[in-house]
Design a protein around this ligand. Structure first.
Ligand code: ADP
Ligand code: MG
Length: 320
């Protein structure tokens, strides 16, 4: 219970802070980030861009990274140009899951040693990966010139990709919430475990407090049956509706499947190693739903808009 109380207090703190940060961004206060982005956008006249989807969870170890990687591949196979950012500051491991060994990460971009394109690596089926990890932590201290260069690069990146998946860490810490509240939409991953369900609900609550218009979708991973997935989804969506007045969309489910563990050990995506496994079939269905469930056009500035909002959020915390 003390944990729960502590969590609720954190929720309130986070919601308060992030609301301030977002308000500062959306009201167009003159800070470096907004000025930079405005310049970048007016340079190119391009305001729309890639669809930014944060993949997150309340509890850790529920399968976010596996979902992010395999969903990216399924979306790519469906004709989308997909990029993933490894934004789990604690346990960045997309590279491990894919058996890749990136030499550079976003930290090198932030420090000015490398451009975004140098850091980006090619993954399977045409997906691209930006190893984020430790680099993101230093974003707040970025020189205005570097920040402008990064935003300029992001605008060009917007032209190269249709979808940007952000694999965030778990939990309600600020470095997860900064990404979640800055994305165009969020997929909250849970498992049928009661602790994961409670934490998914807590995450929904914070997102709703910060942005009542947020587009939140729920994904039940490691479900043992369709019925179990339905019950878990119903539990979270109905409580969110009744107590938060928030609509949480059901994105679907992925079955618990030994193919996932085998593929993790082989450092290959299960979608490629076991394309006919039940987990792979589920992920293909999720990709279909993502492509048909919502209009593709977004109006929030694509990848550059996303990073501008993250920077505003992070900067606010350091300043305050
Ligand atoms: N659908 C699934 N079926 C079986 N095991 C799974 C499934 N999804 C995830 N796992 C297991 O959970 C572990 C953690 O997954 P991971 O994607 O790294 O979680 P997270 O990114 O949320 O920390 C995997 O290594 C795998 O063993
Ligand atoms: Mg992970």
């Amino acid at each position: 219970m003390t944990d729960q109380a502590h969590r609720l207090r954190r929720l309130a703190e986070l919601a308060g802070r992030s609301t301030l940060a977002l308000a500062a961004g959306s009201e167009g206060h003159e800070n470096h980030d907004n000025a930079d982005a405005a310049r970048v956008c007016s340079d190119t006249g391009k305001l729309k861009g890639t669809r930014v989807v944060a993949i997150t969870s309340g509890k850790g170890g529920v399968g976010k990274t596996n979902i992010a990687v395999n969903l990216a591949i399924a979306l790519s196979q469906a004709g989308m140009r997909v990029m993933i950012v490894d934004a789990d500051l604690g346990l960045a491991n997309i590279d491990v899951l894919l058996g890749l060994y990136p030499r550079f990460n976003l930290g090198h971009v932030v420090s000015g040693q490398k451009s975004l394109k140098d850091v980006m690596i090619d993954g399977p089926e045409g997906i691209r990966i930006i190893p984020g990890a430790c680099g993101l932590r230093n974003m707040a201290q970025m020189e205005p010139d570097r920040r402008h260069a990064l935003l300029t690069e992001l605008v060009s990146l917007d032209a190269l990709s249709d979808m940007l998946l952000i694999d965030t860490g778990a939990g309600l810490s600020s470095n997860v919430m900064d990404f979640v509240v800055s994305a165009d939409e969020t997929i909250i991953v849970t498992t049928p475990e009661p602790t994961a369900i409670a934490d998914a609900y807590a995450m929904t609550k914070v997102i709703a407090q910060v942005n009542s218009d947020a587009y939140v979708r729920l994904l039940v991973n490691q479900a043992r049956s369709e019925l179990e997935a339905d019950q878990v989804a119903e539990q979270i969506t109905s409580v969110a509706r009744r107590f938060l007045n928030v609509h949480v969309d059901r994105l679907g489910y992925v079955f618990v499947d030994v193919a996932v563990q085998r593929a993790v050990r082989a450092q290959k995506p299960f979608l490629l190693l076991y394309p006919h496994s039940s987990a792979a079939e589920c992920v293909k269905a999720l990709a279909d739903r993502m492509l048909t469930g919502r209009p593709m056009r977004v109006s929030s500035g694509g990848a550059a808009g996303f990073v501008r909002r993250v920077l505003a959020s992070v900067g606010r915390r350091y300043d305050g």
